[in-house]
Design a protein around this ligand. Structure first.
Ligand code: ADP
Ligand code: MG
Length: 339
């Protein structure tokens, strides 16, 4: 009998990987914007048409790429962010898997324009379904622009699975909001079908929160600040009287990365115990900063889950931090703490 195992061509391997990372237009938004943040950009513009079906474009003023790097960026497992296995325990960037661009290019038509600040000319690359169609020098602003057109043009099942435009755009807004909230010092804007939806000048965290949720939330915010050798916690929680019956305004960021954690959510809820009726959810937006060696972000391709070396410890610190915040701001009687 002849042997039957073959290595898959890159284009197919990339499409399989894309199935995990690129589920809908919002996933493209997340990956492109995270790349712009990692590139040190101070100004990031997102342009969307038809809820991302026909166009998702991210324009940044970050470091840009050389001609060779621009070409390399579409290869799978190609990254400038880690070099060795040890680096996996010291991750400070949003990306490190080197998979996003290869995945996106395998299921869409992509136009990349990029120029490093020190270069006179930039590079224009057109790619489609994992194939680079053309590469040429071009005049372009310093930084990078990725335009992703006709997402899932070659994956009808995925295209048909997409929900109504309002739903897909809501997902895009969710990703956009998470990134802008984690990067208050960066200028962001969002345009949908030709009109500007967000215009967010750089500022502090409170200003950014107001920019996203509206000025009315200003008086509802209670600051939280707690620092130990192991973890730094800062951000805001909402006054209990403004808690809502529906979830959705709860945010954790670990080392600037938005994550979901029912365990940490429980820690915050337990801090509110006496002051919140059951099944009411307070606003919270909390940044946890922790030595990257103490967490594992490589749990899931979309990186929305992480593992802590000692999650009970994090739970307890978080609960104490929120209680302190609420106590100090007269929301609940100041309680005695061990520290
Ligand atoms: P990862 O972010 O995990 O490294 P990606 O596939 O998202 O992988 O990107 C591959 C590489 O392309 C990045 O490591 C980076 O060097 C480069 N790159 C991508 N987007 C940009 C950008 N907006 N500006 C500068 N470099 C970029
Ligand atoms: Mg990336």
């Amino acid at each position: 009998m002849a042997d039957v195992i073959q290595l898959l061509p890159d284009s197919i391997a990339n499409q399989i990987a894309a199935g995990e990372v690129i589920q809908r237009p919002a996933s493209v938004v997340k990956e492109l914007m995270e790349n712009s943040v990692d590139a040190g950009s101070k100004n990031i513009k997102l342009i969307v048409k038809d809820a991302g079906r026909t166009l998702i474009q991210v324009i940044d003023d970050g470091c840009g790429m050389s001609e060779t790097d621009a070409r390399m960026s579409f290869e799978r497992h190609a990254t400038s962010k880690i070099r060795s296995a040890d680096d996996l325990f010291a991750i400070r960037t949003m990306g490190f898997r080197g998979e996003a661009l290869a995945s996106i290019a395998s299921v869409a038509q992509v136009e990349l324009r990029t120029r490093r600040h020190a270069s006179e000319v930039g590079t224009l690359i057109q790619a489609e379904g994992s194939k680079v169609k053309s590469q040429e020098p071009c005049q372009t602003a310093a930084g990078t622009s990725f335009a992703v057109k006709n997402l899932f043009f070659n994956v009808p099942a995925r295209r048909n699975f997409l929900k109504a435009n309002t739903v897909e755009f809501r997902h895009i807004l969710d990703e956009f909001e998470r990134i802008v909230l984690a990067n208050a010092d960066v200028f962001f804007s969002l345009h949908h079908n030709g009109s500007e939806v967000f215009h967010l000048p750089p500022g502090n965290l409170r200003q950014r929160i107001l920019g996203v949720f509206g000025n009315a939330v200003n008086t509802r915010l209670v600051p939280v600040v707690e620092e130990t050798d192991i973890i730094q916690i800062k951000g805001f929680v909402g006054k209990p009287e403004f808690a809502k019956k529906v979830r959705g305004e709860q945010y954790f960021f670990v080392n600037s990365r938005f994550i979901k954690s029912s365990y940490l959510h429980h820690a915050v809820m337990s801090a509110y115990e006496e002051v919140l009726p059951k099944e009411m959810y307070p606003f919270y937006l909390l940044f946890l900063d922790i030595d990257p060696a103490r967490i594992d972000v490589n749990v899931h391709p979309t990186k929305q889950e992480i593992k802590f070396e000692d999650d009970r410890l994090v739970y307890n610190y978080l609960k104490v931090a929120v209680r302190h915040g609420l106590g100090q701001h007269g929301v609940m009687p100041s309680l005695d703490f061990e520290q």
